[in-house]
Ligand binder design. Structure first.
Ligand SMILES: [Cu+2]
Length: 301
């Protein structure tokens, strides 16, 4: 929050600072008057009315009206311009589904746990949920918005500079609520366009023998009931789309950095890493099957 990455977050921070300084100044003033009053022995009833009217009516009306006018004027500037780019983010126990539209074909491109945006361009995030109420909160972007069943709430953001910002679910949503992080990755616009075009492409068939074995294990173990790998397996979307899973920064909603050994660790120990997660652990698989699965997943760049 203290390092704002969007113009709206800067405005929010400025309002917070002004209000805090005002509150502290008034508090110190009141305490000073209180101290003076306690020290004063003699009573002077003549000035009491002045204090009541001045300090009790005139001062609060003037100060609160000024602060109201200021914060209203600033809050109106919070909304960036509307732009064509819309990204849908859906909260799921306990991860985030992210959907883009491919500008070339108009088709939907699914990803997870990571919202990529072009820096400097306004983006509208359509926020909803697949199950219970979640809350989308990226402190550096300002604003926190609930994700409510059957509704799409809009959050408009414009990230100034390229960079990565971490966020969390800010509404208790069950067992693994605390392990439900997501990242906003702001990219140079040209890189973003290239990235989105690459995400829209289906997964390519694995080339190494190990990864090919991994793809077989993926089919045999029925991972494809829950996970789509576009071009290889179509699923019910109960779990994150894995078409380009290896190109994401983290696995399991911010739990593990994406690395080959972490794919293996995740698949075998998901119920230790995120107890209660809606994916069974595959600790019964042998070394070779796990290594092959990891090679297959790691190839999904
Ligand atoms: Cu949540």
């Amino acid at each position: 929050m203290l390092r704002p990455a969007t113009p709206s977050a800067e405005i929010t921070l400025e309002i917070a600072i002004v209000l805090t300084i005002g509150a502290v100044a008034i508090f110190v003033g009141v305490m000073w008057l209180l101290l003076r009053a306690l020290q004063q022995r003699e009573r002077r009833p003549v000035t009491a009315w002045k204090w009541l009217i001045g300090g009790g009516v005139v001062f609060p009306v003037v100060v609160l009206s000024a602060l109201l006018a200021y914060s209203t004027a600033r809050t109106i500037q919070l909304l960036p311009a509307q732009d064509g780019l819309v990204i849908e983010v859906s909260g799921v126990q306990w991860w985030w589904e992210v959907r883009y539209r491919d500008p070339a074909t108009g088709r939907e491109v699914r990803s997870a746990n990571e919202v990529r945006v072009p820096a400097g361009r306004p983006v509208t995030l359509g926020l909803t949920t697949a199950d219970v109420i979640h809350s989308f909160w990226i402190p550096a972007l300002g604003g926190k918005m609930d994700m409510i069943p059957g509704r799409v709430n809009q959050l408009r953001v414009q990230v100034t500079q390229p960079g990565v910002h971490r966020g969390v679910c800010a509404e208790f949503c069950g067992d693994q609520h605390a392990k439900m992080a997501l990242h906003v990755v702001a990219m140079v616009p040209a890189e973003f366009d290239a990235w989105l075009a690459a995400q829209a492409v289906p997964a390519s068939a694995p080339s190494s023998a190990l990864a090919q074995l991994g793809q077989r294990v993926f089919g045999e173990q029925r991972c494809s009931v829950c996970h789509s790998v576009r071009g290889i397996a179509e699923a019910l979307q109960l779990g994150p789309d894995l078409t380009h899973v290896a190109s994401r920064l983290y696995l399991g909603a911010g739990e593990l950095p994406t690395r080959s050994d972490n794919f293996r660790h995740w698949v075998a120990n998901v119920q230790h890493i995120k107890p209660g997660a809606r994916m069974p652990a595959y600790d019964h698989l042998d070394e070779q099957a796990l290594t092959a699965l990891a090679a297959f997943l790691d190839g999904l760049k």
